[in-house]
Design a protein around this ligand. Structure first.
Ligand code: UD1
Length: 416
């Protein structure tokens, strides 16, 4: 098992070229199940979650070939409808295959998804919405058995703006004859990107990025070349890292409006941020002010996927900061590891109070999940002395060679 070894206290300076968004690539790969013809995904970063999704497509009968940065996918001959427990358990996004398989083959047998342990993460909204759209669904022995049927309604109201449920339903409806609507849909940029991809393949989706998405079913989808949006969570993680180290960096191919909630917080901490057309420049003071208070929310609110990194930032800023986690109920597991580094954090259920310290110290810590792991890396970068972070495989799920990109900015970090 690999570890990161960090010798802290270096300033991060330079330029970061962002990878493609993991959370855009995963549903786009699932959507490829429905496409007759070749899909070329340009710059399809080889996150381990993306590779796991490719394995799922292969097991279903799709042909997926990696050619350098690109992925070539051909699911024209896809004929299997089962995603086994072994394939589904490494990635939460395995549930994204449910809608596309139902749309393409009329039936699916998909094991319950795995993924990071950050809460209960039920899939009831995915299932109840598909049921309203006529699917017969039985949950048995850890599997979801589903079959397409006659829709009870063509208008689905989501009780919560779930990203995954919005994507699953949008994909299913793309090949469902007639007009369907999703009310109270999530508005994340990755949902807009999925809709753009599907529309490139011939789908008719309107309103993505708003509360109501309208999908007019088409008979079939055709192949296309597509490049997913850049990863706003990777961008945010690096911005927070640069800010914590008092550094200065330019983020190429960054869409600043995708990170406006973070930018506002970092400005309140004293960072100078310039937003260009497709780049962001950030310059941080030697010591950050407190961000005072932060609550996670659905987009365009503050992303839960940047909450752990901000707790690390609050731990070395001046004064106290308060963090309220509203999206996942169990997303503070990593805090115990930050305490080992000398951070002063108290948390109860979904609230975390942080007293910023001017010095924290290297320690042996363990990643608890993807973004929690990233938060430990950022803390390690500002610790005095050496930090080792084990269970790096969590971090690899959503950052591609994180250590190399940080080293290029001046960090002393190695994979051992
Ligand atoms: C996606 C992202 C993840 C991000 C999250 C919130 C991907 C691959 N992952 O996850 O990185 O942290 O959005 O921005 O895109 N819920 C239910 N029932 C459901 C579905 C969700 O109760 O059927 C709850 C969840 O338990 C959670 C909340 O809704 O508390 C948000 O979940 P959701 O928006 O669905 O997140 P994911 O799609 O899993």
């Amino acid at each position: 098992m690999a570890k990161f070894f960090i010798n802290g206290k270096n300033r991060l300076c330079g330029e970061v070229e962002l990878d493609s968004a993991k959370n855009a690539l995963l549903p786009i790969l699932a959507a490829s199940i429905m496409v007759d013809g070749k899909v070329t995904l340009e710059k399809a970063t080889a996150y381990t979650d993306v590779e796991a999704m490719c394995d799922i497509l292969r097991a279903l009968g799709g042909v997926v070939v990696r050619k350098g940065d690109n992925l070539e996918i051909d699911c024209s001959m896809l004929d299997k409808c089962e995603v086994s427990h072994i394939l589904a358990s490494p990635v939460r996004s395995s549930i994204f295959t449910l809608g596309p398989l139902l749309a393409r083959l009329g039936k699916a047998k998909v094991a319950y998804p795995g993924g990071c342990d950050i809460g209960l993460r039920p899939i009831d909204i995915h299932l109840s919405s598909l049921r309203q759209l006529g699917c017969k669904i039985v949950e048995k022995n850890g599997y979801i058995y589903a079959e397409k049927g006659k829709p009870l309604t063509r208008e689905v109201f989501l009780p919560f703006q779930s990203v995954g449920a919005t994507e699953n339903i949008m994909m299913f409806c793309s090949l469902l004859p007639g007009k369907s609507k999703i009310y109270n849909s999530a508005k994340e940029p990755e949902i807009v990107d999925l809709a753009n991809f599907l529309n490139c393949c011939g789908a008719k989706i309107e309103g993505s990025g708003s509360d109501v998405i309208t999908i007019t079913g088409v008979e079939n989808l055709e192949g296309c070349n597509y490049r997913a949006i850049s990863d706003r969570i990777e961008c945010g993680t690096f911005m927070i890292g640069v800010a914590m180290t008092g550094g200065e960096a330019k983020f190429a191919n960054a869409v600043s409006k995708h990170n406006s909630a973070l930018i506002e917080k970092l400005k309140s901490c004293g960072c100078l941020i310039k937003e260009g057309e497709d780049e962001i420049f950030l310059s941080a003071p030697k010591r950050l002010e407190s961000f005072v208070e932060l609550e996670t929310a659905v987009y365009p609110g503050f992303p839960t996927d940047l909450q752990p990194q901000m707790v690390a930032l609050g731990s070395v800023s001046k004064g106290c900061s308060l963090v309220i986690e509203n999206v996942f109920e169990n997303r503070f597991a990593y805090v115990g590891e930050l305490l080992k580094m000398g951070c002063d954090i108290r948390f109860k259920s979904s609230i975390c109070i942080i007293r910023g310290k001017d010095r924290i110290f290297g320690a042996d810590v363990v990643s608890t999940d993807l973004r929690g792991g990233a938060s430990l890396v950022l803390a390690g970068l500002v610790c005095e002395g050496y930090t080792t972070i084990s269970r790096v495989e969590f971090i690899d799920r959503g950052y591609f060679h994180l250590e190399d990109k940080l080293a290029r900015l001046g960090a002393d970090i190695k994979r051992i």
